[in-house]
Design a protein. Structure first.
Length: 131
């Protein structure tokens, strides 16, 4: 007896879960201010405020004026504002490895950076984080 769901769709979903293939994962396009910290291409520590353009469970994309090297580790700190569903603002801290750096062709200064996120993150109330 068939449930009416295509066998092809069921197989594709199970394959994605088993193999870790997440090409079907859609990034969340958003505009969220973020503080980026790490080492620049010369090995000097830097901090730069930017705007997160896209985020998924695996990647984040944003522009940086500071040149960074592929393979370097960057830390993102984002203030998540209060909403009707989220009573108190939160601070999300997450890090990752630079996987891609693209020259900007859209008139913005800086480079488009793609960061592969680590699974470990820190989420806390903003009032606690600012103490």
């Amino acid at each position: 007896m068939r449930s009416g769901i295509s066998d092809n769709l069921i197989n594709k979903t199970s394959i994605q879960g088993v193999t870790g293939d997440r090409r079907g994962e859609l990034p969340l396009e958003l505009s969220l201010p973020a503080l980026v910290e790490g080492e620049n291409a010369s090995g000097r520590k830097f901090k730069e405020t930017t705007e997160l353009l896209e985020a998924s469970a695996r990647e984040a994309r944003f522009y940086l004026k500071t040149p960074v090297s592929i393979g370097s580790i960057l830390r993102l700190s984002m203030k998540i504002p209060a909403t009707p569903l989220l009573i108190h603002p939160l601070l999300l801290e997450i890090s990752g490895e630079v996987k891609k750096v693209e020259l900007n062709g859209q008139g913005r200064s800086g480079h488009l950076v793609t960061l592969e996120l680590r699974r470990k993150y820190r989420l806390q109330p903003l009032s606690t984080a600012s103490r």
